[in-house]
Each structure stands twice: as C-alpha cells, then as structure tokens.
Design a protein around this ligand. Structure first.
Ligand SMILES: Nc1ncnc2c1ncn2[C@@H]1O[C@H](COP(=O)(O)OP(=O)(O)OP(=O)(O)O)[C@@H](O)[C@H]1O
Length: 219
C-alpha cells in the first residue's frame, strides 16, 4: 500500500527527515508519532502528494510518488481519504451538501447514486440522521465523523489521518477511534499521526516514530 525507499523530506531547503524506509501493508493500521516539529505532517504531505518527493523513491496505492504530476493528484486523492485535526467542513452548507459538493467535484453525476453514497458513508460513521444539520450545529466529534464520512466517499484504499483527535476530548477521541477501527476492519489501510499516547495504549497498533530527523518503528 505504501513503500518508501531511502526517502529524504525537505521543507524548502531544510532537510526534515532523512533516509526513510517505510512499508505499509494492505489492511494495516499504523500510528505515526513524534514531537511537534519532528516531521509527521511533512511525511503525511509527501504521501498525499502535497510535498513533492525530491529524494529517494516511493509509492502509495499504486501511484509512483516520484512521477506524480499535478494532474495526477486528484486521482490519487480519490484512492486515499485524508482526515485532518480541524475538520475543514464548509460552514455555509449542510452535512449532506458538504458531501454532495465533494462527489460533484470528483466527477459524480447521477443524483440517485450520489444520494445512496452519501447515506452509506453517513451510516458508516453513525451520522445518518444528521445530514440536514449545519456543521456549526454539531459537536467536534460529530464534525470529525462527517470529515471521516467525506474521506470515504470515493471508496479509498487508504485513510491518512493527521491528528484526527487533536481537537477532541478524551471520551470523544475514543469514539472516533472506534469509527476508525471499524473502517480498518472493513479492509481500509490507515496511517494516523497522533500525539495521544493514551489512545495508542488503548488501541495498540504498530507505531512509527519521527525523531531526530529519522523515522523508525517503535517496539
Ligand atoms: N511550509 C513550510 N515551510 C518551511 N518549513 C516548514 C513548513 N512546514 C513545516 N516546516 C518545518 O518542518 C518541520 C517539521 O514540521 P511538521 O509540520 O512536519 O512537524 P509535525 O511533526 O507534523 O509537527 P506537529 O505535531 O506540530 O504537527 C518543522 O521544523 C517546521 O517548522
């Protein structure tokens, strides 16, 4: 699902992480940990094509990161769903219309199919009854559920979640973890950056750490 060989990651001319070798199998749930500024987001951005791969080789969901061009990125983003710390919902429209907007933007045309898909992803995150709500009428946990539903719209093979519980209280964080675990059980590979060691203890998975400019597996 993900393979990085001898990858070095730069922000402008600064070397952030060097010589990364990373292998993520289909169906894995992996954590990415490390202090603020250690490079977690930079690594995530490299994986979703926001930061070009300058050194080394790598692939994700069948896309060669070295050969990735601007025009390929929309196609890559259909095969990986991205979830952020701040939920990034459009506040001027309902939950349903947030999801409809993404489907239309990614080429869906058939109204009936779009309706079925929206209801299916809302059901997966237990938000089917809240499609008519505006994002600001929802709690943080509910907004994150909608953001996860949005990430699922195009049947991604993988979810990249960059501190998805960073803005949530401990109880809500656990609820969101249950949602992610459920999605993972259905076969979607997950890489989740987090600061939350309590969550890692409660939901143990292979953990990858960024520290001192390198990336390694924690055992
Ligand atoms: N757009 C940018 N331009 C220049 N430097 C950047 C940019 N974004 C991040 N950096 C630098 O890259 C380093 C790694 O940042 P990154 O955001 O990847 O860390 P992080 O581990 O995700 O931190 P956090 O946990 O705070 O999100 C930091 O030193 C940061 O200052």
């Amino acid at each position: 699902m993900v393979q990085l060989n001898e990858v070095s990651i730069f922000q402008r001319e600064n070397l952030i992480l060097s010589n990364i070798n990373l292998f993520i199998k289909k169906g894995d749930f992996n954590y990415l940990i490390g202090k603020t500024g250690s490079g977690k987001s930079s690594l995530m951005k490299t994986l979703y094509g926001d930061l070009p791969l300058q050194q080394g080789t790598g692939s994700i969901v069948g896309f060669d990161l070295k050969k990735l061009r601007e025009k390929d990125i929309p196609f890559l983003r259909r095969k990986i769903g991205i979830v952020f710390q701040d939920f990034n919902l459009l506040n001027d429209r309902t939950v349903y219309d947030n999801l409809l907007f993404v489907l239309k933007a990614t080429g869906w045309k058939n109204k009936g199919e779009m309706d079925l898909k929206i209801n299916a992803v809302l059901e997966k995150v237990d938000m089917k009854s809240k499609g008519f709500k505006m994002p600001f009428q929802l709690s943080g946990g509910e907004q994150q559920r909608v953001a996860i539903a949005r990430a699922l719209l195009n049947n991604p093979e993988m979810i990249l979640a960059d501190e998805p519980t960073g803005n949530l209280d401990p109880k809500t964080s656990i609820e969101i973890m249950h949602v992610l675990e459920e999605i993972n059980k259905q076969g979607i590979t997950i890489l989740m950056a987090t600061h939350d060691y309590a969550l890692i203890l409660k939901f143990p998975h292979k953990t990858i750490k960024c520290e001192g400019g390198i990336v390694f597996e924690v055992v």
